[in-house]
Design a protein around this ligand. Structure first.
Ligand code: ARG
Length: 587
């Protein structure tokens, strides 16, 4: 389905054809003065320059040559040469009717689906997720959902960090506590136990402890680095122990992610690219872009405009694989194995240098000459003091604690609003979980990803204003009004010509869904969908205020308004799904 602008543009193009005007100017856009008209075409100004005529004359000619149609209600040339357009009520009604029960709300799937991999979350094994991973996870999940909806063959890949020094640290810490385990005995040739020798609680204790000690103890730090190198080079016992560490951590990770309504198609880590490291290193070397410097293998990177960029580290002098190596090998894996045409990295904006280097080397070495690689970077989450968000004690806030904060704040808000008298305790907790998480997610998504924002949970859970709870509440209220209507025997029916301004405005707003989602996809910017969702709730609030649906005497109108309300709910729910928000049935 075409947008209103596109349908008007095609009418204008017919006029341009007759007049022999260049059709590239025929574009009709949403009016920036809604009080004057709904749409406008500003072609007369550039055309006048070419034809050396007054723009207003050109505008009049364009209008005279428009074909017969039932789309345009009024079209007017105004000084100096703007063309103002309004749509007929019948056209608005019939267009909106097509949205009833339409799961895609008028947006067709792309004709050129791409194989895309969305790399997001990037949590690190053995370390708890922090607020930075929160953004990656929330934004990435939405970008993936939008890509799938548009029709791409998109796969979300968690790409967790399971190959860095923290793995060597945990191995060393386990060795300190349980030195007699077979994993540490190099002469051991038997089977390793299937059961991990630790629980997630142990891991959560071991990693922070040893990483703290490493900062003061250089020998310990060296031992941990050595363990990492041996792990990466395939020491059998370490690999077996490493598998336990990953498995135990991933179970916990999955719980946190399920709470956030996030899931992945690929649960791969940095280590899974290990099989591709030799071929990657080989290819980089063979392409001639690398050189050896102080024993390490590095690649010089193309300057960024006038700015020199530091070389990329491919292999350290001790042969250890680093972050850039695993990312390059992962690109090789994604291109060769998954045939990825596009890879989107939803990763902290502060890693932009890393991605610049990696993309440059991937292209120049021939690992990914054709693949479209995008770093969809994001800003930081700050506290009210404007500094990166921390716990009260100054530590990094854990994702789990953050989710708890959201739930708690939503619960309190609901209690304040007297919901405690309506819902049983268990129900309250269930609703608060969805509302609290949605509040956090919406507050994050509504900012353009590159912007920093301030984490203010009390603001996020407000039931008024541009917040997740307000949007969810609008939907829940529409659904409850619709079920009340159906209990009273009222039927939704054909959408008829709108009779009020607020109804017209609501229909115009519904049409903007298509443009919003397309743009959110193009720009990897879910905030555009947040804006549209909020605009829709506002347009609905005005309509609901003007049109008293349940008391309306005119049955045709009432039936039409019920359908219109259902479309609004459906479009909102579709957007919630694209944003990854869960809606409670009651609130
Ligand atoms: N694990 C990394 C971190 O915590 C993020 C990984 C991002 N993805 C990637 N392909 N580099 O910083």
């Amino acid at each position: 389905m075409y947008t209103f602008e596109q349908q008007l543009t095609s009418l204008f193009e017919q006029s341009f054809d007759k007049l022999n005007f260049d059709k590239k100017f025929a574009r009709v856009v949403v009016s920036n003065r809604p009080e004057l008209c709904q749409f406008q075409c500003n072609a007369a100004m550039p055309l006048a320059k070419i034809a050396k005529k007054a723009p207003i004359e050109i505008a009049k000619e364009i209008i005279l040559n428009l074909p017969e149609n039932n789309v345009i209600k009024s079209v007017e040339a105004v000084m100096p040469g703007f063309i103002n357009v309004n749509l007929t009520e019948e056209f608005l009604a019939s267009s909106t009717q097509t949205l009833v029960d339409d799961k895609r709300q008028g947006l067709a799937k792309t004709e050129k689906p791409k194989k895309a991999i969305i790399d997001y979350c990037g949590a690190n094994i053995a370390k708890s997720m922090h607020v930075g991973h929160l953004r990656a996870t929330i934004i990435g999940e939405s970008i993936k959902r939008i890509s799938k909806f548009i029709g791409d063959d998109a796969l979300g890949d968690i790409h967790y960090g399971d190959w860095g020094t923290q793995m060597g640290m945990v191995i060393t810490a386990v060795k300190e506590e349980q030195p007699n385990l077979p994993y540490f005995d190099e002469s051991y040739t038997g089977e390793y136990p299937t059961q991990a020798p630790f629980t997630i609680k142990d891991l959560e204790r071991l990693y922070p402890d040893i990483s703290g000690r490493c900062k003061e103890d250089e020998d310990l730090a060296a031992a941990c680095r050595q363990a990492t190198v041996e792990l990466q080079q395939g020491r059998v016992g370490y690999r077996a122990l490493w598998k336990h560490i990953v498995e135990v951590s991933v179970i916990e990770l999955k719980k946190d992610l399920a709470d956030l309504n996030v899931d992945f198609d690929l649960w791969l880590g940095e280590a899974s690219s290990d099989a591709f490291v030799p071929a990657t290193v080989e290819q980089v070397k063979a392409s001639g872009v690398s050189r050896v410097s102080e024993g390490a293998t590095i690649v010089d990177v193309t300057a960024q405009g006038k700015h020199e960029v530091a070389p990329l580290m491919l292999l350290k002098s001790d042969g250890a694989v680093v972050y850039a190596t695993t990312d390059l090998a992962t690109i090789k894996e994604r291109v060769d194995e998954f045939k990825a045409e596009e890879i989107v990295y939803v990763v902290d904006g502060r890693q932009s240098l890393h991605f610049y280097q990696v993309f440059d080397v991937a292209k120049r070495s021939g690992i990914a000459p054709e693949t479209n690689m995008i770093h969809a970077g994001f800003g930081t989450v700050n506290g009210k003091d404007g500094k990166p968000f921390k716990t009260r004690s100054g530590g990094v806030l854990k994702l789990r604690d953050l989710i708890e904060m959201g739930k708690e704040a939503a619960y309190n808000k609901m209690n304040e609003a007297g919901r405690g008298e309506v819902f049983a305790e268990e129900e309250m907790r269930e609703i608060a979980q969805k509302v609290g998480v949605s509040a956090i997610k919406f507050a994050d998504l509504m900012n353009h990803r590159s912007a920093n924002y301030i984490f203010d949970i009390d603001k996020f859970v407000q039931f008024e204003g541009k917040t997740g709870p307000y949007l969810l509440y609008t939907d829940v209220r529409i659904r409850s009004m619709l079920s009340k209507a159906s209990e009273a025997g009222l039927q939704a029916g054909q959408i008829i010509a709108p009779s009020t301004e607020s109804e017209i405005n609501l229909m115009l707003t519904l049409d903007k869904f298509k443009t919003a989602v397309q743009k959110a996809y193009d720009d990897k910017a879910p905030n555009i969908i947040c804006d549209h969702a909020f605009a829709l709730t506002q347009a609905y609030a005005r309509f609901y205020n003007d049109c008293h649906i349940l008391n309306e005497e005119d049955k045709a109108k009432q039936a039409s308004w019920l359908s219109l309300s259902a479309v609004v709910a459906q479009q909102l729910e579709l957007m919630f799904d694209l944003l990854g928000l869960q809606v409670p049935t009651k609130m």
